[in-house]
Design a protein around this ligand. Structure first.
Ligand code: SF4
Length: 225
């Protein structure tokens, strides 16, 4: 079966989050014309054919001292990340991608149809997020059985988490060899629909939203990013 066990075990198509696609398209609640709905549907079908979603994840020790965040294989300073990782004792570092055929699609339509290219960009970004949420949920279940609680994922370049940390993440996870993702000198990932992030593991019970703090109603949470 594959294709992510036919899209996450349902045996059906990809579990699209329509509101995510619309959010990436800058939708503000206005009526969506029929031709746009049709274009979104066509793009979703093309992406389901082209995407080859893959991820790598590894667990490391975590210590924070004098504002230095030590993940064993990587040390950095970031107030935003430090707040998110407070009371965490271990950390997951992961990378994920939709694969190079999605970039082929984006490039082709970038030359042929601006409107289709814009919708493909939005849909593929939403697709990657949903895939990461799926992976995140699986790790959350796995680790909670062992008494560890996941914080929301935090990517290099977010807040004051230095983008330069990508280099160490690529090296320790061997992203190029294992899922075919490379890093340019200007720290851009290829294929473009790829992501890396860290996820704190805490012994302190807490149910974080897989979609992150932005989607979480706990406004006064002490770990909120
Ligand atoms: S705000 Fe919500 S998602 Fe963010 S750290 Fe707190 S509980 Fe977790």
């Amino acid at each position: 079966m594959d294709k992510m066990e036919q899209w996450f075990g349902t045996g059906e198509g990809f579990p699209w989050e329509e509101k995510e696609i619309l959010r990436y398209l800058g939708h503000r609640g206005q009526e969506i014309p029929e031709n746009v709905k049709q274009l979104i549907g066509e793009c979703q079908r093309e992406l389901e054919n082209a995407a080859a979603a893959r991820s790598v994840c590894a667990e490391y020790p975590l210590a924070i001292q004098d504002h230095v965040i030590d993940m064993g294989v990587l040390q950095t300073k970031s107030r935003n990340l430090e707040k998110n990782l407070r009371d965490c004792g271990r950390i997951l570092i992961f990378g994920a991608t939709l694969g190079s055929r999605v970039d082929v699609l984006l490039k082709r339509y970038g030359q042929l149809s601006v409107s289709r290219a814009v919708v493909l960009q939005a849909a593929s970004a939403a697709m990657l997020e949903t895939y990461c949420d799926y992976c995140n949920e699986a790790w959350r279940e796995e680790y909670q059985k062992k008494g560890w609680y996941l914080r929301p994922r935090f990517s290099p370049g977010y807040g004051d988490f230095p983008l330069e940390c990508q280099k160490e993440i690529f090296a320790v996870l061997e992203l190029s060899k294992r899922i075919g993702v490379t890093l340019t000198d200007s720290l851009l990932m290829a294929p473009s629909k790829s992501v890396t992030a860290v996820i704190g593991l805490s012994k302190k019970p807490g149910t974080c939203s897989v979609q992150g703090c932005e989607a979480c109603g706990k406004i006064s949470c002490e770990y909120r990013r």
